[in-house]
Design a protein around this ligand. Sequence first.
Ligand SMILES: [Zn+2]
Length: 411
Amino acid sequence: MARTKRNPCPEDECERTLRVRVRDKHIPWLRARARDVNFVWNYDQEVSLKVLAREGRFLSPEDLHEFTAGATKAGLELHSQTVQAVNEEYVRRRIQFRARRLRWRVSDRQRSNYSLGWVPFKAVALQCRSKGVVRFMGQHIGFWDSYDLSQYHIRAGCFSEDARGRWYLNAVVRVKRAEKPAPAPTQDVGIDLGLKDLLATSDGIKVEAPRFYRDLEGQLASAQRAGKRDRVRAIHARIKHRRADHLHKLSRALVRDHDAIFVGNVNASALAKTRLGKSVLDAGWSAFRTQLRYKCHQARVVFEEVDEAGTTQTCSRCNSRTGPQGLEGLGIREWTCMECGAVHDRDVNSARLILAAGRRRLAEGILALPAKAAAEEAEGEEDVNSVPPAPYSLSGQYAAAAARGRDERRR
Ligand SMILES: [Zn+2]
């Protein structure tokens, strides 16, 4: 979401987007606004392309503001700040995708390339003074207020539609970060992201990969064959919602129970293009890492991504490379180290190496400071055996999911 450069977050706060469902009775009005937004967007594209062809230059948001200055008086029912927000987003995306042109926005819901409704706004245009209602462009818009939005200062945001035709208010707010934690992390964890198991932790917990996509794949295919477009959209939305919900619960539990989290740097987008694509998307690694990163930031939990090259072949106990190698080795889940005789679960072993690497990285960070004590401590940390047993309990969904994963393997 748009983060204002001129007004950066103070150190003790961070930005979050709170998403709440708008009541359905406002849908016709919001759709009409989305239609106007699409008009502005497509107009932006038209002038941008014309100026590009004629003068060979790209328009800035300020240029577009000038072009659209009279738009709200000329019949478009939009707040002038919304028009500006559209202009800014148009330019931001064009730069982000390094594209001359973007997709046209399509307002006709019967078309297959229909653009899901979107109405951005800036802080001045929206007020939330009482629970469950915002005032926007003279309308009182009701919503299910799961966060009590009136407590927050809403800085920007948008109304948006999902594939099922439901509308949401996405409000960018600032929230306080946690108080500073103790200087040295005491409950740290390494996480190995996988396909069969979504993740394995250095203390031996495994969480099975959700199969939301594959579970509903059959239904999806038959809806597609029957040409039921609404049904297809609904299934896609359900998959997306279940996946997000699952990952949020997991990341929340992990951040709550640790003060340092280290994750391997698997390249999800590269893997998604391979044969394993659907599983990779289902696992939602990128989304999961993003969630961990911002939740750690807010909770002041250390978060580091570490290089996981070689973690499947190295023994986390004696550090020798005795693990399964090559293509045949890929399917091997459990192996015994020939040097020290340790029996390893492949993913847990990887997670332990990731934890060790993360600790070394932290120690190096401390080494950079002129502190001798820290240097001695760092040498102690070189010992990868010092992975502690889990001293904490995991509750709720996370533990249940972990337990399901364990049972699955026993069978
Ligand atoms: Zn070994």
